[in-house]
Design a protein around this ligand. Structure first.
Ligand SMILES: CC(C)(COP(=O)(O)OP(=O)(O)OC[C@H]1O[C@@H](n2cnc3c(N)ncnc32)[C@H](O)[C@@H]1OP(=O)(O)O)[C@@H](O)C(=O)NCCC(=O)NCCS
Length: 144
């Protein structure tokens, strides 16, 4: 069955919040998504038969995109869905005039760091205690 990537809707949030809880040590809550959307972030969800299996969010500042999250449900990781979502977000951001991308990722998340390396992201800094004062974040950057 094919995968569709579609703009995330408020109705999707229940599924999205369940995935946040499943995947992250520091999951986002409903208010986090709503305030990000109000401030201009766009979120895109990958769906298979109406079921959300991953999503990506970013916002644009001048010619740069800040990736705010990228997630694939645990049972679908390693099957190129994350790659499809990131390619989609980059294509969409480029259509808005974006030329560079920046993101933060948990310093211990070696899997995601390798994933971003594959897309040409380089590690350019560390934010100490970025995640609720507990975990450091690696800042990664790429020309897209
Ligand atoms: C990181 C994440 C989005 C990647 O999505 P995915 O669909 O699992 O990844 P893909 O199948 O598209 O893999 C693409 C590349 O990433 C790298 N990669 C993926 N899984 C990996 C692993 N377990 N170890 C090392 N590298 C890995 C590989 O280079 C892979 O390319 P290859 O298949 O040609 O070897 C996904 O694993 C995820 O949701 N993780 C939990 C949430 C998270 O950490 N998000 C990122 C921080 S915001």
């Amino acid at each position: 069955m094919g995968i569709l990537i579609d703009k995330m809707k408020e109705d999707d949030l229940a599924q999205v919040l369940a995935i946040e809880e499943e995947v992250f040590t520091f999951p986002w809550c409903r208010e986090d998504f709503i305030s990000e959307i109000k401030e201009g972030s766009e979120f895109w969800a990958a769906k298979e038969e109406e079921k959300i299996i991953g999503y990506v969010g970013f916002y644009k500042i001048e010619d740069e995109m800040q990736l705010v999250n990228l997630v694939v449900t645990k049972n679908r990781q390693g099957k190129a869905i994350g790659s499809d979502l990131l390619k989609w977000a980059i294509k969409r951001a480029k259509s808005l005039g974006v030329k560079k991308a920046i993101l933060e990722v948990e310093a211990q998340n070696t899997r995601a760091i390798s994933f971003y390396h594959k897309f040409g992201f380089a590690e350019v800094g560390i934010r100490n205690g970025y995640y609720k004062g507990k975990e450091d974040a690696v800042i990664m950057w790429a020309e897209i």
